[in-house]
Ligand binder design. Sequence first.
Ligand SMILES: Cc1cc2nc3c(=O)[nH]c(=O)nc-3n(C[C@H](O)[C@H](O)[C@H](O)COP(=O)(O)OP(=O)(O)OC[C@H]3O[C@@H](n4cnc5c(N)ncnc54)[C@H](O)[C@@H]3O)c2cc1C
Length: 552
Amino acid sequence: MPNPAILTVDDDPAVSRAVARDIRRRYGDRYRVVRADSAEAALEALRELKLRGEQVAVLIADYRMPQMNGIEFLEAAMDLFPSARRVLLTAYADTDAAINAINVVDLDHYLLKPWHPPEEKLYPVLDSLLEAWLATGATPTSDLRVVGHRWSAPSFAARDFLARNLVPFRWVLADEPEGAELLAAAGTSANDVPLIVTADGKSLVQPTEADLAAHVGLATTPAADFYDLVVVGAGPAGLGAAVYGASEGLRTVLIERRATGGQAGQSSRIENYLGFPDGVSGAQLTDRARRQALRFGAELLSAREVVALEDGGVARVLRFADGSTVAAHTVVLATGVSYRMLTAPGLAELTGRGCFYGSVASEAPNCSGEDVYIVGGANSAGQAAVHFSRYARRVHLLIRGADLTRSMSSYLIEQIARIDTIEVHPTTEVVGGAGGKHLEQLTLRDTRTGDVRNVDTSWLFVFIGAEPCTDWLDGAVARDRRGFVLTGPDLTRGGRRPPGWTLPRDPYHLESSMPGVFAAGDVRAESVKRVASAVGEGAMAVSLVHRYLEAQ
Ligand SMILES: Cc1cc2nc3c(=O)[nH]c(=O)nc-3n(C[C@H](O)[C@H](O)[C@H](O)COP(=O)(O)OP(=O)(O)OC[C@H]3O[C@@H](n4cnc5c(N)ncnc54)[C@H](O)[C@@H]3O)c2cc1C
């Protein structure tokens, strides 16, 4: 695998050459220096690196560049390589802009020009940034390869799983020479993709997510049998609960069935989360929250689905699909919601082969120059439209209503209106999909006129409301008619405590009908469906956990 890249971009060719030369001199044996003379050229180079599955360790951008300045470039680059460290090259006069950029693009460092002597001013900075980058796990030795077909749903699922769990890998097409060689070496054929080849040379053919997780170093089994707190679901609410629980000394394990970050991890840009005035991508927020939880000592189990909750007297017992269990004094349910599926004929078979649920940021570069269709009128669909417009030829946003005003925040409506390549199609629904190996055509209907038309496309991203997947809690905790978990005051409406409740007190605010089991975030009935409120509820649930434990 090629060495990871350090990318520098400066529109002044002399400066561009000088910075690349100094970096190459010290790091050339371990890192590849990629040099660009404009932000556009640098983004193009990054897209190529992304498509080739290569890694970028550090991005160094000049602040003053025509068309797109260094901050704007770093912002766009973050979507492609969120864990790359970011440096802005500035003149003394621009230090204010650089300081502002610390918030805008989560800048790691600003470097004043000239940087000579590099031994004093450049190398110490790069040494510490490279160290920080290596500590994210995106190490150059992690030569994990996924061999598959572009339009194979299981290949997509494996890539999506790794990408959403922030595990670096290289995507190799089965019909490329390297893919064919790896398939032959593993004694398998192109019909059995994906083939996963791990850094130590082990190969896995069509692995389950649990096998894949275990082989790429994600923990899948609890280290202990008993904890103070088990958190189910590693979205913002679960991560919030794990950070506060572990930092306050509770033995805490966080269990996630798919990928840390939950829905928020899918968001290309969260603009309304406190402390990030210029937005933060879901991948970045997740990466930081996960590292924070681990640093405080929380255990994180991946690719493990909890399928039952039992009242074991003093303990609360959670059962996994394979029958094994983990027990704790207390539980926080933070399982959020999942997207509803479109029921139009033909689409179910094309899921993962052109038809995707939620935003699949890793697919965006593959849509370059093509027409993308997005279904949904809420913020999640709007964010996806903005994100995909950076790659696609045209983004078509299909909404049921007459306009976006009832369902989308005005900042996003304004953003969309400013992007020429996004077209909003009001009163439009998808009534069919067709394709062979992958999605090729959609049938759309205008709900006002009844007119039906076919459009050619390979890309459909669906964001149409969500529901809690809480059937596994049936009989364990009280839920409302739609499956959301009832807590606190919602359980004592009419002055009566919930059936089976034995304690001489009412349930605490986020407590469910099983004492010691709390619910936080989107899965909780009447919750506000927002990142900030999910994180806040996760933290609040931990303070109630302490209150519960003290009373035991
Ligand atoms: C694309 C998109 C963009 C968004 N943009 C914004 C925004 O800009 N601002 C904003 O405030 N909000 C935004 N939201 C909403 C926000 O992301 C959610 O409100 C928030 O993520 C809810 O957090 P949560 O932890 O409650 O649940 P989730 O984020 O849904 O996480 C729940 C987690 O639990 C896991 N899980 C579920 N069941 C089990 C089980 N049985 N066992 C183990 N694990 C399980 C799931 O896999 C998931 O990872 C957006 C949502 C989406 C989808």
